[in-house]
Structures are given as structure tokens and as C-alpha cells.
Design a protein around this ligand. Structure first.
Ligand SMILES: Cc1ncc(C[n+]2csc(CCOP(=O)(O)OP(=O)(O)O)c2C)c(N)n1
Ligand code: SF4
Ligand SMILES: [Mg+2]
Length: 284
């Protein structure tokens, strides 16, 4: 009897550089979930945004490897500089839907100045900010989003600094779409990425993601699943959120707000720029 031939395919194969698999990410890492949500959002948006117009820009780090796995035009740039690179792309060709996907260390601790100014300008970019609370790729050092008291390779006695609340920072800097999810909220994340794609202005989505190797195992979350349990017990969807206090302490009794916090239809950078040029009789 001849057995039927099975060819292993996956509905999102068209958006993943399968020739690069297996990927470099550790077992239990949350980055695979984010890849899945992001590529599905591209597929769901096909009717309004052609895949050829989708662009991904990443900086350096485990999260920065994203640009190497997603099968659209993608750029793996230098550490902390994904935002200026992406800004240049968008200004040069406004048809492109430009998404920046990178880590907390890359986008905030190293490249924070670019991030706040892009938000202030309400520049037309989608930023997917992977917050795994540390510099995962280089061995688990603390950074600007590491919880107070957390143990890392550079805070062996507990981090005595305080982390940024990223949604609070981005909202006060001027971002017109601000959301936060964890890798447990895959469906909500997917929908939120689609909303960011269709939002005219600077969209910021923080995704809290397990890093069992760099962060979790030093902080009572031995596996990625332990960290997902923390997300499950702590995450809270509420209409009455104080973004200022919305940081993660990584204690099981946390209230960790998630949701779409800001949707503001103020004019985007490009809209204002075009209107100004028209008012000036075409002079730039
Ligand atoms: C200019 C520069 N400084 C430092 C490094 C070393 N480096 C590589 S990845 C990284 C940390 C990345 O952290 P994050 O963005 O949080 O990504 P993760 O690995 O946690 O996903 C650092 C400091 C570098 N590549 N270039
Ligand atoms: S070090 Fe952390 S972020 Fe990097 S691949 Fe491993 S688990 Fe993921
Ligand atoms: Mg990180």
C-alpha cells in the first residue's frame, strides 16, 4: 500500500522565512508568539494593505532578530537606531506601512531619545515594543524596564532603579495610539496590531514577553510557562487605569493593566506636513 504524501505547511508560511528555521530563540521564549500574532495581522490586513507595502525594521537583540524571520522587506539595523531608520523609510515612501519591532533594551534603554521624539512628532510608524524586562541576548543585564528589586546579572542584590511605565511615557510624549498586551493575549495582540496598522499616526504597543533564560530563572519564573502564569494572574483589563503606576513588579499579586489605552485622532506628522505645504503654495 502506498502511503499518501504529507507536505508540512502552515497557514503563515508565506510570511515566515522558513529557510532560516530553526530559529535562535530559547524554549519558552515569548518571541514566537509575537511573530505569530504579527504575521497573522499582516494576513488579516491584506485587503487594505498589500503585503508588498509592509516593512519591518528591528534593532539589535533577540527581539531584533524579528527582521530576519518575517518575510516582507525587512531591515536589521544598528543598536538603538531602528526608529530613525524607519522614519527615513516612511518619509521617503509614504505608501509603506512601516513597523518597528524590537526590544526594551534596544528601543528604550539605548534608543529612548529616538522613541520619545518619534512619539512627540506623531510620526506614522507602528512600534511593537517587546518588553522582556532585560537585555536578553547579552546575558540578562538590567535596563530601563527591569522591575524594581529584580535580580539580573548586573543587579545581583536586586535592581535599585525604578522602571519606566512605557504606556505612560509614550502617552505623555504624544503617541496617538497606545496599547499593552502580554504574549498570553495573542488574539487581542493580533487585533491591536491590525488597529495600529490602520491608525494614522504614531502607534505604540508594549508586549510583555517571557525571557526564561535571561530574566525568568533568576526571578522565580523558571520556565516561560511560569511567566505566562504570572501574566494570567496579574493582567487586568479595566477602563479606570492609572498609566503612571502601570509598571510590572513581577509579584504574583500585581495588577498589570492591559488594553488599548489611548486612541487619539489628532493629525499625524505626514498629514500636518502635507497641509502645511499646501498652505505655503507648494513650498516645503
Ligand atoms: C552599540 C552596541 N552596544 C551594545 C551592543 C550589545 N548588545 C547586543 S543586544 C543588546 C541588548 C538587547 O536587549 P533588548 O533590546 O532588550 O533585546 P532582547 O535580547 O532582550 O530581546 C546589547 C546591549 C551592541 N550590539 N551594539
Ligand atoms: S535570551 Fe531570552 S529573549 Fe533571548 S531568545 Fe532566550 S528567552 Fe528569548
Ligand atoms: Mg529585552
Amino acid at each position: 500500500m502506498t502511503l499518501p504524501m504529507f507536505v508540512e505547511t502552515h497557514p503563515r508560511d508565506e510570511l515566515v522565512r522558513t529557510e532560516r528555521l530553526p530559529h535562535i530563540w530559547c524554549p519558552g521564549c515569548g518571541l514566537g508568539n509575537i511573530l505569530s500574532g504579527f504575521t497573522q495581522a499582516i494576513i488579516n490586513s491584506k485587503g487594505t494593505i498589500p503585503i508588498d507595502n509592509q516593512v519591518v525594521v528591528s534593532g539589535i537583540g533577540c527581539s531584533g532578530r524579528f527582521a530576519g524571520y518575517v518575510k516582507v522587506d525587512s531591515y536589521h539595523t544598528t543598536h538603538g537606531r531602528a526608529i530613525p531608520f524607519a522614519t527615513g523609510l516612511k518619509l521617503a515612501n509614504k505608501k509603506l506601512n512601516v513597523s518597528v519591532i524590537s526590544g526594551d533594551g534596544d528601543l528604550m534603554t539605548i534608543g529612548g531619545n529616538h522613541l520619545i521624539h518619534a512619539a512627540r512628532r506623531n510620526i506614522n510608524l507602528n512600534v511593537i515594543f517587546v518588553n522582556n524586562f532585560n537585555y536578553g541576548m547579552t546575558g540578562g543585564q538590567f535596563g530601563a524596564t527591569t522591575p524594581h528589586g529584580a535580580i539580573t546579572t548586573t543587579s545581583a542584590k536586586g535592581n535599585y532603579e525604578h522602571p519606566f511605565s512605557m504606556p505612560y511615557l509614550m502617552a505623555s510624549a504624544g503617541a496617538s495610539y497606545v496599547a499593552r498586551w502580554t504574549t498570553l493575549h495573542l488574539k487581542q495582540l493580533e487585533k491591536s496590531i491590525e488597529n495600529a496598522f490602520h491608525h494614522d499616526g504614531f502607534s505604540f504597543i508594549e508586549v510583555m514577553s517571557p525571557c526564561p533564560k535571561g530574566f525568568g530563572r533568576k526571578n522565580n519564573f523558571k520556565t516561560g510557562l511560569d511567566q505566562m502564569r504570572y501574566f494570567e494572574s496579574a493582567s487586568l483589563k479595566s477602563d479606570n487605569i492609572n498609566l503612571k503606576e502601570a509598571t510590572a513588579s513581577m509579584k504574583l499579586l500585581d495588577n498589570l493593566p492591559v488594553g488599548e489605552f489611548i486612541i487619539d485622532n489628532k493629525p499625524s506628522y505626514l498629514k500636518v506636513k502635507e497641509a502645511t505645504i499646501l498652505n505655503n503654495g507648494g513650498r516645503t
